[in-house]
Write a protein that binds this ligand. Structure first.
Ligand code: PMP
Length: 354
């Protein structure tokens, strides 16, 4: 069905969906039939349209290819038993997108384009939302600089796009994590809190090195002492110590303000845990581990949802966890999964109906 109101839709000749099995798809490789595209030029947004998913034509001098003005978001859509489509916490991602845009000296994307555009696109592509457990439709909004000139300055022109990718479980297996002591991801005053493409590029080499040592991901630490933990790959990190959940605070601007982080903290508070958002020193974690009070360690993120960590290595000290004994993380993951699959009441209004 093509939406009759909203942005213009250029119809695809044929849907690829009929050739697809949406079960257990690899993350981010399959894209749906349509994408949303908009251009920014001389202070205004224009040419907003939904069109068949297709390659872009870009000038080789496009500013993004040289100086990396590029940001993105990651959001998920779900379907309930009655075939209604929902986007999880869409407005939170919308706000964060514009926080990233401001830090990268890029224009704000208005709510009519980001929120309403995504709703229209999801309504059009509803059949692509997989209904199997742990499956969803991943939404990738992104913006980049398109000025055709190789001078270092903020671009005057930008492109905003939204593409969609049906996806199955991600990072499903428990992770082995390497606490990084040489490379850094983010510094105070830097761009760690922005979902800027360059943040991810900078992490690739250190992460590949950690993988060669047998680890799945890196736990980043502060750039001065390499003792205060930050976040993991594309996840925020949480520690259950006694009856508290301890997680790095957002103050230094070095970690992403994760939507799943906020969600899980809310759900943990509801379960009676004390939430401590503060600097978290690795020495403190080792002490708690030795005292037997560090019970669970896990990552939170849209792609990964809630992922257990079975091993955390700092220098030669290895902390291992018996995930089968955990109660908090599996409980909170189930509550979150139940909200997203509409099995439990959404009392916080997180599911935005399309
Ligand atoms: N940190 C980083 C660096 C990330 O890329 C992500 C994924 N967006 C997260 C944390 C988790 O954020 P969210 O829960 O909003 O997906």
């Amino acid at each position: 069905m093509i939406a009759s109101i909203g942005f213009p839709v250029i119809k695809a000749e044929r849907s690829k969906l009929q050739d697809m099995n949406l079960e257990n798809l690899p993350f981010g490789r399959i894209f749906t039939d349509y994408m949303l595209e908009a251009d920014y030029d001389k202070g205004e947004w224009k040419n907003v349209e939904i069109k068949p998913y297709q390659p872009l034509v870009m000038d080789p001098s496009a500013a993004v290819l040289h100086y990396g003005q590029a940001i993105f978001e990651g959001i998920k859509a779900y379907k309930d038993d009655q075939d209604n489509a929902y986007v999880f916490r869409l407005y939170d991602n919308f706000k964060r997108f514009n926080v990233s845009a401001a830090r990268m000296e890029m224009p704000q994307v208005p709510e009519e384009i980001f929120v309403e555009g995504i709703k229209q696109l999801i309504a059009l592509e509803k059949a692509w939302i997989p209904s199997m457990e742990d499956h969803s439709l991943y939404i990738r909004p992104f913006m980049f600089a398109t000025d055709e000139m190789i001078g270092v300055k903020p671009s005057d022109k930008y492109k905003f796009l939204v593409i969609l990718s049906p996806t199955g479980p991600y990072y499903a297996r428990p992770m082995r994590i390497y606490v990084e002591e040489f490379y850094v991801r983010a510094v105070k005053g830097g761009i760690g809190f922005a979902k800027a493409a360059g943040n991810y590029a900078a992490c690739l080499h250190p992460t590949e090195e950690a993988k060669k040592k047998g680890y799945d991901q890196i736990l980043w630490t502060d750039p001065v002492e390499h003792k205060y933990v930050q976040e993991i790959g594309t996840m925020n990190v949480m520690f259950i110590i006694g009856n508290s959940v301890v997680t790095p605070d957002l103050e230094a601007g070095t970690i992403l303000n994760g939507v799943t982080r906020q969600t899980v903290l809310t759900l943990l508070k509801e379960r009676g845990l004390t939430v401590e958002e503060r600097p978290v020193n690795i020495e403190e974690l080792i002490e708690a581990y030795n005292a037997g009070t560090l019970k669970e360690v896990f990552g939170t993120g849209t792609a990964a949802t809630v992922s257990p960590i079975k091993e955390l290595r700092y220098k030669d000290f290895v902390m291992t966890f018996d995930i089968d004994q955990w109660e908090v993380m599996p409980g909170v993951k189930k509550t979150l999964d139940d909200i997203r699959s509409s099995k439990t009441e959404d009392k916080y209004g997180w599911m935005v109906k399309v």
